[in-house]
Design a protein around this ligand. Structure first.
Ligand code: HEC
Length: 189
């Protein structure tokens, strides 16, 4: 015998299954927030390593340290999260960080969209096989001693090391708040 109570329960279960099942099926992955978490981890780690290297041997000794570790660390962190993680820029110090194909246009678009508060937007690009989230890397106070104006911001001895390690270096002359580059976080779909 079907009582009103059990009928109500059956209807509730049916509705619940439908709503739950439906919401599960259409659940979208929040690529942007995952990318933010990954790049925050990268930033925190890179800045920590950099600060330690500077404290131990000064700016000029931190440069060979960056050369040996920055790309390897970024690659590994990406792998750990199942994405391809890169730092890309229009003015590379390490030529491996130069743009590929459409990345230049994305950089210029993000650079142009700087708000009056000095904030650069993020951008997500979706293709058949990948979702790529681009996250801006602005220039902060710590960066100027290696990416600022020669002599004025970058000490002579630091310049000498830069010239030796990176003969084609383009990553100088930045000011606070400039767009230094982008994190590219590429997710397989
Ligand atoms: C001790 C000097 C030093 C400081 C300080 C420094 N950098 Fe760099 N930066 C480097 C070196 C050296 C490289 C090249 C690393 C490599 O070979 O992978 C580099 C590379 C980069 C790259 C990758 C693109 C490229 O040009 O190759 C970005 C982005 C970047 N730095 C941003 C920053 C930001 C943002 C800060 C401040 C938070 C900062 N850097 C502080 C020395 C420094």
């Amino acid at each position: 015998m079907i009582t009103i109570k059990s009928l109500n329960l059956q209807i509730a279960t049916l509705v619940g299954t439908f709503v739950f099942g439906f919401s599960c099926q259409t659940k979208t992955i929040d690529y942007e927030n995952i990318a933010i978490a990954i790049t925050n981890e990268a930033k925190t780690n890179l800045v920590q390593k950099l600060t330690t290297a500077i404290a131990e041997g000064g700016t000029k000794q931190a440069i060979p340290f960056c050369k040996m570790n920055a790309i390897g660390f970024t690659n590994q962190l990406g792998k750990k999260h199942g994405v391809e993680l890169r730092r890309i820029t229009n003015k590379p110090r390490n030529p491996s960080n130069a743009f590929k194909s459409e990345e230049k246009d994305i950089f210029l678009e993000i650079e142009k969209l700087k708000t009056t508060e000095g904030v650069f937007p993020k951008k997500t690009v979706t293709s058949d096989a990948f979702v790529t989230v681009y996250i801006p890397i602005p220039v902060g106070g710590l960066c100027i001693q290696c990416h600022g104006e020669p002599i004025q911001d970058i000490k002579k001895e630091t310049l000498a090391v830069l010239e030796k390690e990176y003969p084609g270096d383009l990553a100088k002359g930045y000011r606070l708040g400039d767009l230094r580059g982008l994190f590219s976080v590429k997710f397989p779909k």
